[in-house]
Structures are given as structure tokens and as C-alpha cells.
Design a protein around this ligand. Structure first.
Ligand code: 13P
Length: 302
């Protein structure tokens, strides 16, 4: 099964808006013609300027979190529709720092996934076990709980919009990478969960990324694993040259073929079915140039 390859940078709480646009200017020529889909997940204040700078390039801009409500009296929170209008094409949900530093539960992440799909944002759902859970032999149990809760009730037709990311908590920011065998086994397990939820055909099309101390030296090897469809990069994404090296290394695992993506969001499909909802969508969405960028343009190894 051929799937598109993704290289996603997660800046976390780094870079002002000015630093973000300087970075993107530097990155554009370095990743031009990349065979991988290049995504940057930036702080809220950088989304609009970053999306503006990345306009008409192969770089898609996204967010790192959002609230599960459409709108409301939630001081300090941000809604998916606001992210969308600012130019975000996707949103990372359930990152381990959200789970473990900010106490997000599987139930809350589930509501956020449903909201992101409604708001026409492509969710990148992060899952992963802690070191304690791993040592107790609970990796699969934890992954299953996280996946089945977060994706409960996601209609089969929306499965096309999903991206998953396996990030073992013990490998994030620690310099420790899981072994190739461990990564492949975890990814194959995640795909089997997706298969239970959405059927094998859909599960075979959902990209599953690996994250945790990815760097230029290990990206190519990781991206070459059978069930790995790209990488989610924290620290090493903060420098455009290093990030571009990771994109090159991962892109080598992508094939030459171009195809229309399966990653169409539910909102897009619903909009196609109803001209009334299409009008409404246009009213809240900026001209969806970013949507183009989220379309995987390449396929990875067969
Ligand atoms: P590092 O690449 O810094 O380990 O971070 C991984 C991560 O959390 C990406 O979301």
C-alpha cells in the first residue's frame, strides 16, 4: 500500500511571529521540490503570518492545540474556527505534553478530534506510552485506549482526514529513540486498531508518523520502516537547515508518483453535498490555499 510521506515540525512554545517568518523564508528554498509533505505546527500568534509567508509554497501551517467547543466563555482558549481563519490547515491533538503537563484526558482529546473535523482542520492525533507503562508491558493496552477513545464515533468517511503520530513519551526530547523494531511493531499495532475501527482498506491509507528525538541522522531509517509514513519533529525542527535535512532524508523514502490525496476533510465533503453549507464554509474560511498544501502529493515506498 502506497501512502504519502509527511515531515511535520512541532515548534512547541518557541519562536515569535518575526522569528517564524524569518525561518519560513529560509526554509522555502531548502524544501522546494521535496517529495515529502512539509507541515509546520507553530504557536498561535505565528499562524497568520506564517501562513501568509508560506502562501503558494509546499509548506502547510497548523496549530498545536485547540479547544473542543465551537466558541464560548472560555478565557484564554482558542477555537478551531479561529485557527482555520488564521490559515491553519491542521492541528496536533493529544500531544504528550498536553496529556501529561496539562492533564488532558482521552475523553477531552476525543471531543477535540470531533471538533477539528467539524471545523475543517486535519487532526494529527498523538498517542504514546510512558516509560513506566512500557516497562510494565502495557504499550499496546495504552495505545488501544488512546486510539479507541479518541476516534470513537468518527465516521468512516472522515477516516480519510486523519493522521496519527506515535510518540513514546520516553523518547520525546530525551535523545532516546525507540529501536526500528519497536517502532515498526507499535505502528503495525496502531494500524491494526485503525483497521478494527475503519476497516483494513481505510486503515491502510491513514498516515502514521513517528516522533521522539528524530534528527537528520535517524530520519531516513525511521521513515523507511514499513508502517511509518513520516516523522513528527520537535527540537530538531527549530533550525530550518536541520529540518530541511530531515525532510530530505525522509523524502528519499517517498516515491515519485503524484496522486490526489485521500485526505479530504468531512467539512469539505459535506460542503460538496450542499451548496448552502458551501456558502457558509466560504464565509468562515480563508481562500483555502493551505488546503492545497495538505494534499499529499507523493507516495512513499510500496
Ligand atoms: P523531540 O523531537 O524534541 O524529541 O520532540 C518530539 C515531539 O514532541 C514532537 O511533537
Amino acid at each position: 500500500m502506497a501512502r504519502p510521506m509527511f515531515v511535520v515540525g512541532n515548534w512547541k512554545m518557541y519562536k515569535t511571529a518575526r522569528e517564524a517568518t524569518d525561518y519560513i523564508e529560509d526554509l522555502i528554498p531548502l524544501v522546494e521540490g521535496s517529495k515529502a509533505n512539509i507541515f509546520l505546527s507553530v504557536p498561535f500568534t505565528s499562524i497568520a503570518p506564517a501562513a501568509q509567508y508560506a502562501k503558494d509554497t509546499n509548506i502547510a501551517i497548523g496549530a498545536q492545540n485547540m479547544n473542543d467547543a465551537r466558541e464560548g466563555a472560555f478565557t484564554g482558549e482558542i477555537a478551531g474556527l479561529m485557527l482555520k481563519e488564521a490559515g491553519a490547515a491542521f492541528v496536533i491533538l493529544g500531544h504528550s505534553e498536553r496529556r501529561h503537563v496539562f492533564g488532558e484526558t482521552n475523553a477531552l482529546i476525543h471531543r477535540k478530534v470531533l471538533r477539528a473535523l467539524q471545523d475543517d482542520l486535519q487532526p494529527i492525533l498523538c498517542v504514546g506510552e510512558t516509560l513506566k507503562e512500557r516497562e510494565a508491558g502495557k504499550t499496546e493496552k495504552i495505545l488501544k485506549e488512546q486510539i479507541f477513545t479518541a476516534l470513537d464515533g468518527v465516521p468512516k468517511e472522515d477516516a480519510d482526514s486523519l493522521i496519527l503520530a506515535y510518540e513514546p513519551v520516553w523518547a520525546i526530547g530525551t535523545g532516546k529513540t525507540a529501536t526500528d523494531r519497536f517502532i515498526q511493531e507499535a505502528h503495525a499495532f496502531i494500524r491494526s486498531c485503525l483497521s478494527e475501527l475503519f476497516g483494513k482498506k481505510k486503515a491502510d491509507e491513514i498516515p502514521i508518523l513517528y516522533g521522539g528525538s528524530v534528527k537528520p541522522e535517524n530520519a531516513g531509517e525511521i521513515a523507511a520502516l514499513k508502517d511509518v509514513d513520516g516523522v513528527l519533529v520537535g527540537g530538531a525542527s527549530l533550525d530550518p537547515k536541520t529540518f530541511a535535512e530531515i525532510a530530505r532524508a525522509s523524502g528519499r523514502q517517498a516515491g515519485e508518483t503524484t496522486r490526489e490525496t485521500s485526505a479530504k476533510t468531512s467539512a469539505k465533503k459535506k460542503a460538496a453535498a450542499s451548496s448552502a453549507s458551501e456558502k457558509k464554509k466560504k464565509a468562515v474560511s480563508p481562500k483555502s490555499r493551505q488546503r492545497k498544501s495538505t494534499k499529499p502529493r507523493t507516495e512513499k515506498k510500496e
